[in-house]
Design a binder for this molecule. Structure first.
Ligand code: SAH
Ligand code: SF4
Ligand code: F3S
Length: 475
């Protein structure tokens, strides 16, 4: 995933760093756009679709917002903090108007969808508000905004998947790419704003998915992450029932796995209620489907899970973890956890800690509950856990996760893993950084070997920290 700070207790763990695209031949376009993305990998993938639409319409990318004619910010609403981050950044970005009075500012993504035209009243310097299903209308909205009018399109769609648009890869390492396989979410987790900002669930045509993954492979990519809010409920039916069979997520995984054994496949996110044995057996069958499942638990208390509308119990979740490990004993598992949901007692909190121990998560994204306007929880329950209690519980969760991550890494000492090299390590260009199938970061010296990013290499783990494995190439 795009998250970079795994083991912190910062609330904005899922806030990706802002990205700016590389400059693609600036002379080929009359105008320049700058785009920054926040939130989950879906948003980052959407920005690549937006870049493609803009390229087709005469806009080239720039990394420097001060020289842009069009500034876009792709926003996230998942927690209040995520929205605050965007508002702060907007006050920076709007300085562009002092340099170039004709420059336009557009707000895309989940905040645009949540706040709609209200955004224009709150932030006077914003010219366009465009929801996640309305990116095809961007060229028209830009024309409208250029005449000095405010432009808004926040219509959600039941069909839009942008299947036919080839994303322009932004800030990529050239090794791993994200491919959106579905949009929206039909679950109604009571804490979550996503069903309101992303609309109904719909699956993308599998042939266009395989086509995009094949293109990535042919361009040197060696890993694709299939993206959706709930990938296990992927389900595509051909328009005419006489031609072809429906495609499930397990079928899709297999189709992508068969592109080439040298292309690794990851996916995110799985809802525990929907991940089937079929998916697990397909993962086990193909070496190139990574042995790693992000399986957000949210809480370990059945009572809280019910209030959250997660539709599984503590026992059911634990049985699912056991089943995964029965079919794939070496599978990595990670989670999302919310501390301090409405009415959470100390006992509920202890249940969360104990389910973490049971699941032995390799990693978790941990948050304290942030009430979102309009959600079921906001309407039905009081946000009644004091902030200091939320923070203390979150700190305990983070502390336990660090211990679990460390234990999990210690178990890997002495083992040899197949690693896909992603690039230089952050600390030194004498070291490579790559990932194991289980999604653990492994850093190792380049030594005399003639390797490059995108290559696979066998690496033996010799040391570890809480967050990283350190190793040596097996000759
Ligand atoms: N579709 C994914 C999650 C998307 S949101 C899934 O179902 O697993 C990512 C994570 O943000 C969630 O798993 C949850 O842990 C967290 N989250 C969502 N809404 C939140 C809220 N109101 N307060 C705190 N954390 C929240
Ligand atoms: Fe939100 Fe639940 Fe849908 Fe995930 S599955 S996006 S948490 S409503
Ligand atoms: Fe945020 Fe929207 Fe993703 S709310 S987490 S950007 S789907």
């Amino acid at each position: 995933m795009l998250e970079r700070m795994n083991h912190t207790m910062h609330e904005e763990t899922r806030q990706g760093e802002a990205i700016a695209p590389f400059v693609n031949d600036p002379n080929a376009y009359n105008k320049k756009f700058y785009i920054e993305s926040y939130g989950c990998a879906m948003n980052f993938a959407d920005s690549e679709v937006v870049a493609s639409i803009l390229n087709e319409n005469g806009f080239g990318a720039t990394r420097n917002f001060e020289e842009a004619d069009l500034i876009l910010i792709n926003t996230c609403s998942i927690r209040e903090k995520a929205e605050q981050t965007v508002r702060k950044r907007l006050t920076e970005l709007r300085k562009v108007k002092k340099i170039n009075s004709g420059a336009l500012i557009g707000v895309l993504g989940c905040m645009a969808e949540r706040l709609k035209a209200q955004f224009l009243e709150e932030e006077k310097l914003v010219d366009m508000v465009v929801g996640p299903d309305a990116y095809r209308s961007l060229p028209g909205l830009i024309t409208e905004a250029e005449t000095g009018q405010k432009a808004v399109n926040v219509l959600l769609s039941r069909e839009e998947t942008y299947a036919d648009i080839s994303p322009i890869r932004l800030n990529t390492n050239g090794v791993s790419g994200f491919v959106s396989i579905m949009r929206g979410c039909n679950n109604m987790c009571s804490f979550c704003v996503v069903p309101f900002t992303r609309g109904r669930e719909r699956s993308r045509d599998p042939h266009s998915i395989v086509g995009e993954c094949t293109d990535l492979f042919n361009n040197g990519y060696r890993e694709v992450t299939l993206l959706g809010q709930n990938v296990d409920s992927y389900y595509w039916t051909p328009e005419s029932s006489t031609t072809g069979q429906p495609v499930t997520f397990a079928n899709l995984l297999e189709m992508v796995a068969l592109i080439d054994p040298a292309l690794r496949i990851r996916f995110s996110t799985s809802h525990p209620k929907d991940i089937t044995d079929d998916v697990l057996f397909t993962m086990a069958k193909y070496e190139n489907i990574c042995k790693y499942i992000h399986l957000p638990v949210q809480s370990g208390s059945t009572r809280v899970l019910q209030l959250m509308n997660r539709t599984y119990t503590r026992e059911w979740y634990m049985a699912k973890v056991d089943r995964i490990l029965e079919i794939m004993p070496d599978c990595g598992i990670s989670s999302d956890i919310i501390a301090g949901f409405c009415t959470e007692t100390e006992e509920d909190h202890q249940d969360t800690l104990s389910i973490m121990r049971h699941s032995k998560y390799d990693m978790s994204y941990m948050f304290f509950y942030s009430e979102r306007p309009g959600t079921l929880a906001a309407r039905r329950y009081k946000d009644d856990i004091p902030e200091d209690v939320k923070k203390r519980r979150l700190a305990e969760i983070v502390k336990l996760q660090n211990a679990l991550s460390h234990e999990s890494n210690l178990k890997d000492l002495g083992k040899t893993f197949k690693v896909l090299i992603e690039g230089n390590s952050k600390r030194s260009d004498q070291d490579w950084m790559g990932r194991t199938s289980q999604n653990k970061v492994l850093v190792f010296p380049k030594e005399q070997y003639d390797l490059n990013k995108g290559n696979y290499v066998m690496v033996k783990v010799t040391e570890c920290t809480v967050a990283t494995l350190i190793g040596k190439i097996e000759p």
